[in-house]
Design a protein around this ligand. Structure first.
Ligand SMILES: C[S@@+](CC[C@H](N)C(=O)[O-])C[C@H]1O[C@@H](n2cnc3c(N)ncnc32)[C@H](O)[C@@H]1O
Length: 451
């Protein structure tokens, strides 16, 4: 038998975001992701992982985890986890994603309950999506349950999943996301829910359907079952929004004969650049995201329209496409957050080899008040190698309605000049109709390194 390698704490890189875990620390070593487990709980975790019932936890969505063949100074056990390619946060998910993440969390809690364990940390920061599939990533939240005690995760689960979900499906996405993104608030309390919804009476039916009064202490198993039943009854409306009908105008992805110049150019760029990762900014129904997924790319699709995101998430789930939908306003990419800003910003997490920014620049200028320099800087922040951005000149019938002399600077040449500091090769291609054009912006390795 080979001897396990023993590492010192200096040899590994601890993950700053796992500082709060009472049972150990996550660390990286030689490209792998590991979890050092404290000696007091190590034998319990070893038994749990060796229990055949543990496969049920993996079937539900616990991230692939096994006992590692390395040791770390001072740790009782080292686990190895499969690392997921992208980190997104609960406040960046659309309602069906938050619902699926909540179901995964509660299903794990129920299964653990049958095994004599309790899920201590029941919040969205412990779930990551891989395309449209949620995984639970925090093995350190599993603790032996004390018989006859209530579920210690209940309050947190309601505050970080159930109440925000209630707000998202009732058209209060903005305050729900704001509260969740504020690390000091960490979700929406029952009292804050009353403040946002306006009248307590409006919440009576919600609490009735939850079959739990605010702050009520329930026996653990019954609380878990009630919360799961509630999640089964959550309805997800897809209200008509400014952008929800836009996808009805799109040509079928399989019908190549109907493709316009815009579709052909995107396809050619995908073929030529062969990106591993693609970011489709303002993706709407995700025609270009789906094209990239068909090319075998790992895709992130962003938009700030709730209905569009929910629609695309469902499509990705049904068709098993490697597309991760993320709520993101182009004018305000998610900043770093958390204690000491341990949770990285959107640029660090979502940047991709190839970025699509199609039919969005004119909205950012005329509706969101951005100038070309701001747009170019943001696009640069997301782009690894290549950017395909559409420009819609003032002669276009939509833009003509918004254009005034105050926007004299809104020209193709000025847009190219704003992009030029970041991309040393910019070529112009046709789009779906004149006078719209597509700019393929590329940078050499030296520009990329300097950026
Ligand atoms: C004209 S559609 C373009 C869809 C797709 N990129 C295409 O070219 O077919 C514009 C999309 O931009 C989104 N959008 C508008 N302003 C946005 C913003 N500030 N942040 C993120 N998305 C935005 C809308 O929700 C809509 O889905």
């Amino acid at each position: 038998m080979t001897q396990a390698v023993t590492l010192t704490r200096e040899q590994v890189a601890f993950e700053p975001a796992s500082m709060a875990d009472p049972h150990g620390r996550v660390f990286r070593w030689e490209g792998g992701l590991y979890r050092a487990i404290n000696s007091d709980i190590a034998p319990i975790y070893r038994r749990l992982l060796e229990d055949p019932r543990c496969t049920r936890l993996f079937d539900i969505g616990l991230i692939d985890t096994g006992i590692a063949d390395i040791e770390l100074q001072g740790a009782g056990l080292v686990l190895r986890h499969r690392e997921l390619p992208r980190v997104t946060y609960g406040f960046e998910w659309c309602a069906p994603m938050l619902l699926d993440a909540a179901k995964l969390t509660i299903d794990l809690a129920i299964e653990l309950d049958t095994m004599g364990f309790e899920l201590l940390d029941a919040h969205p920061w412990n779930v990551l999506f891989e395309g449209p599939t949620p995984h639970f990533i925090d093995f350190g939240s599993f603790v032996p349950a004390k018989p006859g005690t209530p579920w210690r995760g209940q309050g947190e689960f309601i505050k970080t999943f159930i109440n925000p979900l209630f707000l998202l499906v009732r058209g209060h996405a903005e305050p729900a996301r704001r509260q969740m993104a504020d690390f000091n608030r960490w979700g929406v309390t029952d009292r804050e829910l009353v403040g946002i919804v306006g009248r307590k009476q409006r919440l009576a039916r919600y609490w009735q359907s939850l079959t739990m009064l605010p702050g009520a202490v329930e026996p653990r198993t019954s609380a878990l079952i009630k919360l799961r039943d509630y999640l089964d009854r959550v309805e997800l409306p897809e209200p008509t929004t400014q952008w929800s009908d836009y996808y009805n105008e799109h040509v079928c992805l399989e019908d190549r004969a109907a493709w316009t110049g815009k579709h052909v150019v995107a396809d050619e760029v995908l073929r030529r650049v062969e990106p591993r990762t693609v970011l489709d900014l303002a993706a709407n129904a995700g025609w270009f995201s789906m094209l990239a997924a068909q090319h075998g790319c790992t895709v992130v699709a962003t938009d700030n329209d709730e209905t569009c995101l929910a629609h695309l998430y469902r499509q990705a789930k049904e068709q098993r496409l490697d597309i991760l939908t993320v709520s993101q306003d182009f004018t305000r990419p998610t900043p770093p957050h958390g204690p000491n800003e341990v949770f990285p910003d959107a640029f660090a997490r979502l940047n991709a080899d190839l970025v699509f920014a199609l039919a969005i620049t004119h909205h950012l200028v005329f509706k969101a008040g951005m100038d070309f320099k701001q747009i170019a800087r943001t696009l640069d922040g997301f782009t690894g190698k290549t950017l395909l951005v559409e420009f819609i000149p003032k002669e276009d019938r939509h833009v003509a309605l918004w254009y005034t002399d105050a926007y004299r600077w809104y020209t193709l040449n000025n847009f190219k000049a704003a992009l030029a500091p970041y991309f040393n090769r910019i070529t112009v291609h046709p789009s779906n109709r004149e006078p719209r054009v597509m700019l393929c912006c590329e940078r050499s390795a030296s520009v990329a390194a300097a950026a």
